[in-house]
Structures are given as C-alpha cells and as structure tokens.
Design a binder for this molecule. Structure first.
Ligand code: ADP
Ligand code: MG
Ligand code: MG
Ligand code: MG
Ligand code: MG
Ligand code: MG
Length: 669
C-alpha cells in the first residue's frame, strides 16, 4: 500500500463536498503523467510479487490461537534491524523509489488489518530464468525475517482469512466491539491499522453507504447443521449506534454467515503480481489478455472455506472483499429511484474489471461491457488532453467513484508533479487487473497488476503461481495469443469461481481459438536466455489448425470449459491449454535441463490443481475440519479445531509435505 500521507482527513459529508474537485485534479494529474510518459519506450521487463501474512499468536497450554495486533511493533522492529537495512531491506522509505542494483533484502509493508503484514522482494525481478528460480527462496527468506521479528509464540501464516475473525476472543490484545469507526458487532475499531487513512476509509465507506457494509456468505449445509441456518452470533438487541438497526432491518440473511465490517474483507490476504511493460502498448495488451484469466486463477487458488467460525459453502474470498468496501448508496444499487446520485452502478469498487484498453485490432466492440458507467465530462477532458478514447473510457469509468479519504491539506493547490488525487481514485478501485501509470520522479514504467489470486499456504505454491503468471504472460506476448472474451462473461466467471470446488465441478466461459490464425507465432527471448536462431517458432499443435474466419458471431468464439480443459487442454474444443502453451513457449527457448526441471515442479502444481489430482487449500482446510474429532457436522469451526488447523497450516508451511502431511495439496516434493 502506498500513499500513507499524514494530514487531517475529512469526515464523509465534508469529503463528499469536494469529491468533484478531487476528481478534476486527479484527471489533470493523470494527463500530466500521460503527456510525460505516453511515449516511454524500452522499459525493462520487470515484475514483482506481493505476499500478505496473518500474524497469529498461540497459547499452547490453552490450545488457542488468536490474531496478534502487533503489526506496528513488528514493522518497527524490522525498520530498526541494522543488518537488514545494510542489505537494502526492512521497511522502505516510501519515497525511496526502486532500487534495482543487485540483490536487496525484502521489504515489509503495513496492510489494512492490524494483524497483517505484506512483504515484497527488495527490488523487482527481471524475467531471466535465474530470477524465476530465486522467487521461492526469496519468499522463504521473507517469512524467516518476518518470524525473526516476532515473539516466540507468533508466526506469519499465509491463510487468506483467519477462521475465527469476528469472534470476540480471536484477537490479542483484547478490545471489545464496537467502535465509532466500524460500528461492528463483531470486531473492534482496533482491528484496523491505526494509521488515520484506514479507519477513515472504513468510516467513510459506511457513511457514504448510509449503513454498515453487509457480507452474507452462504453457510455450508452439513449433516447436522441446524436448518434453516440463522447465524447464532448476530445480536439483534444492540442499541449503541444507529447502525445497530441494520440487522433489525434484515441485513443478516437466512442460511448465511453475516459480517458487518471492512475488516472481514480487507483483512484477507492475497497474492498479487505486477509487471512492467516495455511501453504503453504492451502494457495495455497485457491488461486485456490477462483479464479473462482472472476467474480461472481465482478458482485454481481457492483457499477460503471458513468465515467467523463457520464452514462456508463458497471457496474464495473475492466477493467478501467486494462487499466489505461496497460504498454504493441505495440509489446507486438500484434499490431506490435515482434522486441525489448520478447513476446506477452495477459493481462494487472492488470487483472484476469492466474495461478493455488495448488498441488491438482483435478487440471487437462486442467484447466491451454494455453496462459500463462512465463520467462523460471527465472522459471529454481526457480526450481533449490528448488521451485516446479507449484509455480515456477506462479512467473515466474508474472516476465515477467518489474519493473516500481526502486530506484537507491536499486541497490548497494543484501540484501536477504529484499523483495524490489521481491515486486517491485509482488505488480505491480494486479491480482484478490494475493498469498502473508511471509515477513521476523516477524511471518506473507502465505496469499491470494481476490481483485475483488467493494467497497459498506455502511459499512453494505462491512461487509456483507467480512463475506461472510470468510464463503465461511471456507466452501471450511471444505467440501473440488472443484470450479476448466479452467482459460480461468474465464477470459471470468470477461468480462461478466462488462455488465450492469450482475448480473441479464448474465450467467457465473461455475463448477456443487463442492462437493467431495461420500466422507463424513470433517468439521473443527471455532476458538473459538465448533465443532460437530463427527467432520464430510455431507451437506444434497449431500447424494443423484451420484458419478462423474473422467475423463469426462472438458467441461462437468461446465455449464453456472446465478449469482442467482450460489449463491442461481440451480435445473437444481443440483448445491447447494454458500450461501446454507455456511449455511450448519454453520449448522455443534454449532452457537448460535443470531450470526446466525446476519450472516443471511449478507447472505440475498448476496442472494438478486443475485436474483435481491436487487439492486446493479450500478443499484441504474443509477436509481437515470435517475429519477433526471435535467437529460435530454442524458447520461450526470451534477454538480447538482452529488451533489444530492453524498448527497444521504452519506444519505444511515449514515441511511442504515432505513428511507426507499435506501431500494431497502439494504433491510429492
Ligand atoms: P501495490 O500498490 O500494489 O501495493 P507495491 O508497491 O506493493 O504495489 O509493489 C508491487 C510489486 O511491484 C512489488 O513486488 C514490487 O517489487 C514490484 N515493482 C516495483 N517496481 C516495479 C517495476 N518498475 N516493475 C515491475 N514491478 C515493480
Ligand atoms: Mg497488499
Ligand atoms: Mg503492496
Ligand atoms: Mg496493496
Ligand atoms: Mg503501492
Ligand atoms: Mg498490489
């Protein structure tokens, strides 16, 4: 997270008054970036991952595990670690910019939850194979460093959500709900990072909405679950805040686990990958082509089967984060006729993305989102300022939102050398892909961030998915692959990815013909690896493919496929499969045997997840709970089960299945 400026944040009614002002200045700052950086060329192909951790604290005697709210202490210890600083790591000076010279120790960052940590490599990776093979080691290093700055009974685990979050006893030190900012029944305000930005974000989202955020996750209906299920933890008799009426007004839905605060979403951990493109054109292509992969990646990495002490009937975190920051008013939601607000808005600020931005002749108008809401005035200004229609549409769509956290001090004068107002809107549009313009004052280029993935339990898995994304991106660019799918189909796929065991049982819309018709696919070498002499290559299965007529109906371009077919290939749809495409790409380069073997382990994990041979963490965790002797087949995940589960997760993190435990998830290592 960037943007930790200090100042006086405006409460919601005040922030709303200056919303247009902030948006207009944000657009001017964007135009300044555009003018300066649109012609940026030949930036290095760099990339970086982000790993988010939950800090847990055990009490072995009591068989209890809680979330430790010591983020600030741990970050402070990291910032003071001289050894780490000497190696370039620690806690970055946010203005330092990127250090690309040589190996640097990892850096650690705050996150929304006061029980969370984020760690990134000290400097972005190149795409040479050496870097690809360093990622896992670096991730392990990060975890070790983090652990070294914690108490003996604490551990950084990479579960997406803490199973008991929302249980009053689940945090240490203890603070009672509810506070003025979140007004939650279940979690205190102290659950959030105390930096003024975070509680303001939560409070202003709630104020803008006019009620608390509302998360209802279908509960898993087990043999002895009391049915219909009424969340037994909901208190209908509270009268501390006006928002306590929410549940009396029907906020908690039947057969659902009910949650009421930003922490239930933004307290989740994910795995994100950012790429730097060589220029805008390449960045825009990456943004578009990776977008349809989002739901597939979400299903493949599913890791979230428990909320607030109950087994859920869904496997992933996405919609919960989406609802946890959904600031739409009843008018924008379509619950009331439009009177004060400007438009109905189909999606939360946190949602799958709704635009394509590449000036690609393969982008058919039929792929675009027919429900896209755009601020036409701001779009006109962007076009007047020299931006093309597609990209102007993209940003004018992001800018339909209000800024949530506005600092009074920033409204005095417009500084075109800064990006604060632009980033205010940009960084609170949490879509599954993000197009990041070059910040001023350094040489960073146009970047694309891939955001749908769930964090995995082990560093091996997190490295595997990171490397897979890097390689598929290289294959996309090298073979000029075409994954275009109408955006509404991606939106639907995102919902599908939530279903329990979606990776095994569900079908996703996916494009059938992804190879360029009849043209020989171009190959480009990875930096540092030698390219084949001819510089061109054709994937073997392409040679017998018929050419595709250019303008057949869009509906015929895609089919419903299982994740197995999408990842491993489908005869029926004559679809090559994402991993075979990656392998074909690797075949086109001279990769030494050792490297190829190491990469093969990662690709085997992705293949195994898709085929069902290997379990997702969601399946593994659910299985662990259901087999636990204390579990009563009633959907309730109690303290003892959670203690054993988190210990089991730690064991898998450390041993990665080498002792046989967790092997159904990881395979044989
Ligand atoms: P976010 O705003 O998404 O939290 P971060 O600052 O945490 O972004 O960085 C995301 C990732 O981008 C990190 O892994 C970092 O190493 C990487 N990164 C930094 N600079 C570049 C760059 N120029 N190109 C690609 N990745 C970069
Ligand atoms: Mg983060
Ligand atoms: Mg980050
Ligand atoms: Mg972030
Ligand atoms: Mg940032
Ligand atoms: Mg990020």
């Amino acid at each position: 997270m960037g943007l930790l400026a200090i100042g006086t944040p405006l409460d919601w009614p005040e922030a709303k008054k200056v919303a247009s002002h902030v948006r207009e200045w944000g657009i001017e700052q964007l135009l300044a970036i555009w003018r300066r950086a649109k012609g940026k060329e030949r930036d290095a192909m760099l990339w970086g991952d982000e790993i988010e951790y939950l800090v847990v604290a055990y009490d072995d005697d009591k068989r209890e595990v809680k979330l430790s709210l010591r983020q600030a202490d741990i970050l402070e210890a990291l910032a003071k670690d001289e050894e780490l600083l000497k190696k370039g790591g620690g806690v970055p000076d946010l203005n330092r910019g990127t250090n690309r010279s040589g190996k640097t120790a990892p850096t650690f960052h705050p996150e929304f939850g006061r029980f969370m940590l984020e760690a990134t490599p000290g400097a972005p990776w190149g795409i040479g194979f050496k870097d690809l093979l360093d990622v896992e080691r670096d991730m392990k290093w990060r975890r070790e460093i983090a652990k070294d700055h914690m108490h003996a009974n604490e551990y950084p685990i990479t579960m997406t959500t803490f199973p008991l979050l929302g249980d009053r006893k689940s945090i240490t030190p203890f603070y009672p709900p509810s506070g003025a900012r979140l007004r939650s029944q279940f979690v205190p305000d102290e659950i959030a990072n105390p930096h003024i930005r975070f509680p303001t974000l939560a409070a202003n989202i709630r104020s803008r909405r006019g009620r608390k955020v509302e998360l209802n996750v279908p509960v898993f209906h087990d043999d002895k679950t009391i049915w219909p299920f009424k969340d037994p933890t909901v208190n209908y008799d509270l009268h501390d805040w006006p928002e306590d009426d929410d549940v009396r007004n029907g906020a908690a839905k039947e057969n659902c686990i009910y949650m009421d605060a930003m922490a239930f979403g933004m307290g989740s951990c994910c795995l994100q990958i950012t790429f730097q493109a060589k220029n805008t054109e390449e960045g825009r292509k990456m943004y578009d082509q990776l977008s349809p992969l989002g739901p597939i990646l979400l299903a493949l990495t599913a890791a979230t089967p428990i909320y607030k002490g109950f087994l859920a009937d869904t496997d992933v975190r996405w919609n919960q984060i989406s609802r946890a920051v959904d600031d739409r008013t009843p008018e924008e939601l379509g619950e009331e006729p439009l009177k004060n607000d400007r438009w109905r808005i189909p999606k939360s600020r946190y949602a799958s993305n709704s635009t394509y931005i590449s000036q690609d002749s393969r982008l058919r108008p039929e792929y675009l989102d027919p429900d896209l809401v755009v601020d036409e005035k701001l779009k006109a200004r962007l076009i007047e300022g020299g931006m093309d229609d597609l990209l102007a549409t993209h940003f004018a769509h992001l800018f339909i939102r209000d800024p949530i956290v506005v600092f009074n001090e920033d409204l005095q004068e417009l500084d075109l050398k800064k990006t604060d107002h632009f980033e205010n809107l940009q960084s609170t549009n949490w879509q599954h892909m993000r197009f990041k313009p070059p910040p001023p004052g350094n040489e960073i280029g146009w970047r694309v961030e891939v955001r749908p993935m769930e964090i995995q339990i082990t560093d091996f898995e997190n490295a595997a998915f990171s490397v897979f994304i890097v390689l598929i991106t290289r294959a996309i660019l090298s073979f000029d692959l075409n994954f275009y799918l109408p955006i509404p189909r991606t939106t639907e796929n995102m919902e599908t990815a939530h279903k329990r065991d979606a990776v095994l049982n569900e079908k996703f819309y996916f494009r059938k013909d992804v190879l360029p018709p009849r043209r020989t696919a171009r190959s480009s070498a990875l930096n540092g690896a030698s390219a084949p002499a001819s510089g061109t290559t054709t994937p073997s299965y392409q040679q017998s493919r018929p050419s595709t007529p250019l303008f057949r109906p869009v509906e015929e371009e895609y089919a419903l496929m299982s994740v197995d077919e999408i990842v491993n290939g489908s005869n029926e749809n004559r679809f090559p499969g994402l991993v075979p495409l990656v392998e074909s790409y690797l075949d086109s380069l001279n990769v030494d045997v050792e490297t190829r073997c190491e990469l093969a382990q990662y690709l085997a994990l992705v293949r195994g997840r898709a085929s069902g041979k290997l379990w997702t963490a969601a399946k593994w965790i659910r299985h662990f709970v259901r087999e636990h002797p204390e579990y009563k087949q009633d959907s309730i995940v109690g303290d003892g089960i959670t203690f054993d589960l988190v210990k089991a997760v730690e064991r898998v993190t450390k041993l990665e299945g080498k002792d046989g435990f967790g092997r159904e998830m990881l395979g044989r290592r």
